[in-house]
Design a protein around this ligand. Structure first.
Ligand code: SAM
Length: 433
């Protein structure tokens, strides 16, 4: 998968690009890149050290965690990363999608304005300011100075927005990648909306870690301060649908092989196996975006990862490994797969806590769905389970070698029925693309 990222994948089924099966797949599989975003030349901001290799992801003040991030940022080809990832954020319609997510907006708004003591008279760094919204709120909450760093030329819109709201004396918008920006001072608060699908997709938290290690004062506060990943067993009709799509794709292939042989005299059947593998991966092994109804969750949910944003290192988040148990709480039902989601919290730090802790959750909800929705990992075929059955799950999520912003997941599951009978263990590999 290339190109799509949040612009497409984080939109859910609201907004002007629908994440329905057809369009979603089309956009992912037939990326068209805006040429102007492929070769970007921009003038360095006074705070940005563009050329010097000595500053490539290294603030010269970092910890060992920072050194790891530096290595990685050096190994990722910047042009490719820009084309695959950043360019989508340069579109206002994509920023608008995020700005229209009421759950997300309310959480950040309340976190800032119900904890003005963290902002009043303080210096703030907004990592990935996008339209500038979090920087503007920080200034409105009384910040003395806000550095608003944005990698794309969305920074120009952010600067205009800041000026139109008369905050240009407080908010300084800096176009540049966080890893390459030099600030004139350390800050009291780092605020950022860095969360991708299932929390860690996009790997943007690496840049926040880097910013924290370089620019946060020892007494500083992270917004958000904590994050968690969750998983639960679910039932859904999506699996049948995906299997139908896979079979249609194969029927279509067989017709294609016949016709190519008949009309053009070439036997393509040697490619049937790799085509089938490609389609299986696409339809059956790629996790899906969904806004699950809470009734679709058929058992207990487990926390599979907890992150303290003040102390986490890139090594801590590069791989997520977890073993956990779930109990089925629904009588006679189909166990069709797992739903994964996340929450983040705004708690301040223990020596300087939030006055009002705020939670932003992307758990299944009827009234409070988010553009992140949940990631669904489907089992083919589903398994019949009942209340009291136990699931022992092993989970490993790693970054793709060819694109560190995408993930692969290995999921194993042993089902022990209430009677004590053990079912054949399940083992699956998935891709979060
Ligand atoms: C999810 S958006 C959030 C935008 C805005 N803060 C908001 O809450 O609406 C993340 C933004 O961070 C920017 N970004 C991601 N990584 C960055 C980095 N390393 N340096 C600068 N900007 C970055 C992206 O271009 C994007 O505009």
């Amino acid at each position: 998968m290339v190109h799509s990222f949040k612009r497409i994948l984080r939109e859910g089924d609201h907004g002007n690009v629908r994440v329905g099966e057809g369009l979603h797949h089309y956009l992912i599989r037939k990326p068209h890149l805006e040429p102007q975003y492929l070769e970007v030349e921009r003038k360095p901001h006074p705070h940005e050290t563009l050329k010097g290799a000595e500053n490539k992801g290294d603030c010269n003040m970092g910890t060992s965690a920072n050194a790891i991030a530096s290595d990685r940022s050096a190994s990722v080809h910047k042009g490719v990363d820009y084309a695959n990832y950043f360019c989508t954020y340069a579109f206002l319609y994509h920023q608008k999608e995020m700005l229209s997510d009421r759950v997300r907006m309310d959480a950040y708004f309340n976190a800032i304005f119900e904890n003005k003591h963290h902002f009043s008279g303080k210096t703030v760094l907004d990592v990935g300011t996008g339209s500038g919204i979090l920087a503007i709120w920080s200034a409105q909450a009384g910040a003395r100075k806000v550095y608003a760093v944005e990698a794309t030329n969305m920074s120009e819109h952010a600067r205009a927005l800041v000026k139109a709201n008369n905050l240009q004396h407080v908010v300084e918008v800096i176009e540049g990648s966080m890893e390459e920006v030099t600030l004139p001072e350390k800050v009291d608060v780092i605020i950022s909306e860095w969360m991708g699908y299932f929390l860690l997709r996009e790997s943007m938290f690496d840049s926040v870690i880097h910013a924290r290690d370089c620019w946060l004062k020892p007494t500083g506060v992270m917004y958000p301060s904590h994050a968690r990943m969750w998983m639960a067993p679910i039932r859904t009709g999506m699996g049948d649908h995906k299997m139908g799509d896979y079979h249609s794709a194969m029927d279509d292939w067989h017709n294609f092989v016949d016709e190519t042989n008949t009309y053009y005299g070439v036997d393509m059947s040697i490619l049937t196996k790799p085509f089938s593998e490609e389609q299986r991966k696409y339809y059956l092994q790629t996790s899906s975006w969904n806004n699950l109804h809470p009734h679709q969750v058929i058992g207990t949910a487990a926390i599979i990862k907890e992150i303290d944003c003040l102390t986490a290192t890139v090594t801590d988040i590069e791989k997520v490994r977890s073993k956990f148990s779930l109990s089925v709480t629904t009588e006679n039902t189909k166990f069709c797969g797992f739903g994964g989601w996340f929450d983040v919290h705004f708690r301040g730090r223990s020596e300087d806590p939030a006055k009002h802790e705020i939670e932003l959750t992307t758990a299944p909800s009827v009234d409070f769905g988010t553009h992140w929705g949940q990631q669904v990992f489907l089992l083919h075929p589903p398994v019949h389970v009942s209340e009291g059955d136990d699931l022992k799950v092993s989970f490993l999520m790693s970054r793709l070698k060819e694109n560190h912003r995408l993930m692969e997941v290995e999921l194993g599951c042993e089902i022990q029925q209430r009677s004590g009978k053990l079912l054949a263990p399940l083992k699956n590999k998935f891709y979060i693309e």
